[in-house]
Design a protein around this ligand. Structure first.
Ligand SMILES: NC(=O)CC[C@H](N)C(=O)O
Length: 365
């Protein structure tokens, strides 16, 4: 880049960091969150759960492997988690102007500019992260030199973000024997891939769609952005689905929504969990799994109904990492078994879900 425009990150407490622009030359505002993963920016940037958020990478070197080519598989972009960038802005320390990877189609900066997303490099993101960890998550603005500073800070959690990113219509993928309804509150494509590769037909429905009248074998509740309490229509459809008894599996926002439908309350964490190395213990065992995470809210399992029990618990801070029904085939996890990016250690949970569907179908015969 020949012109080196400066760019500022302004936090709601007035703290300001100044670096340089390498994305779209525009201003933005949203919730500033940090991720400590070392890789996975194409996946994170296209994860709809980051909607409304300005993403900070603590790992300093970003952009060195470019951005994957836009190849399709199952009618979905193969190397991305949705069709576009969902973060409102990106803040990093050291941008790699040179990139190299067998599958790279363009640079990170080019991709951000095409998507109209501002990005700042040259910021001490570890210092910034220490501030967020001390004071808790904050709203922020990115202002690139020459762009007009937004008048106010935008708090995305006050809106129903799932409604903004969900599919507008029912879409079907694959033609496997098992019919799985995917309630799309902002789903990552790898959830669809993990179901298709296990022989499912995936019927992706909007966040507020009453799917209970459909012919289906199991329900997948997707991840998604924002405060779970906003998804009231999804919660009432989940309650209806629970009465039908067919297997249910929830991921991240899906875990929060299933938990609320099961009587629990949710709360906002001080600064969330966003990384590829969060340890979770499977309750009642000595088995710990390393998980990929991206969430700002959590479930208070003390408030769960009597038919439910904790499934996983976070070994760093003791917060809930999942719940399960004591008798019926309903379970959900706060982490991401579909990974993308991050470790694939918990992908076995998709196999468990498929087994639940087979067992349930068998018991009906
Ligand atoms: N990845 C997700 O599904 C995130 C869930 C929810 N929006 C949270 O921040 O906690």
């Amino acid at each position: 880049m020949s012109d080196k425009k400066s760019a500022r990150l302004i936090l709601e407490d007035g703290t300001t960091f100044t670096g340089y622009s390498f994305g779209a030359e525009t201003a933005t505002t949203g919730e500033v969150v940090f991720n400590t993963a070392m890789t996975g920016y194409p996946e994170s940037l296209t994860d709809p759960s980051y909607s409304g958020q300005i993403l900070v990478s603590t790992y300093p070197l970003v952009g060195n492997y470019g951005v994957p080519q836009k190849e399709s598989e199952y009618g979905l972009l193969k190397f991305f988690e949705s069709d576009r960038i969902h973060v409102k802005g990106l803040v990093i320390s050291d941008y790699s102007f040179e990139y190299s990877h067998w599958n790279a189609g363009e640079s990170l900066g080019e991709w951000l500019r095409e998507n109209g997303v501002p990005a700042v490099w040259g910021i001490d993101t570890r210092q910034l992260t220490k501030i967020i960890r001390e004071r808790g998550v904050m709203l922020g603005k990115i202002v690139v030199e020459g762009s007009a500073e937004p008048a106010a800070f935008d708090d995305p959690n006050l809106r129903n973000l799932a409604a903004e990113v969900s599919t507008p219509q029912v879409e079907t993928y694959g033609d496997g024997p098992m019919k799985i309804v995917l309630v799309d509150c902002g789903c990552k494509y790898n959830i669809i891939r993990c179901l298709l590769s296990r022989g499912a037909t995936v019927i992706r429905v909007p966040w507020d769609y009453d799917f209970t009248a459909l012919d289906y074998d199991g329900v997948m509740l997707s991840n998604g952005p924002g405060d779970p309490q906003q998804c009231t229509a999804t919660i009432s459809n989940i309650k209806k689905a629970m009465a039908l008894g067919k297997p249910i599996f929830g991921i991240c926002l899906g875990n929060q929504l299933l938990s609320i439908a099961a009587g629990a309350t949710t709360f906002k964490l001080k600064y969330g969990h966003r990384s590829h190395n969060q340890p979770a213990l499977m309750v009642g065992t000595n088995k710990a799994v390393i998980t990929s995470q991206n969430h700002g809210f959590a479930v208070n399992t003390d408030t769960l109904g009597p038919d439910w029990e904790p499934y996983f618990v976070n070994l760093n801070d003791g917060t809930s990492e999942g719940i399960r029904h004591k008798r019926l085939p309903f379970f959900s996890v706060q982490f991401h078994p579909e990974a993308s990016g991050g470790p694939v250690d918990t992908e076995f949970l998709f196999d468990d879900f498929i087994r639940n569907i087979r067992d349930h179908a068998g018991s009906k015969r």
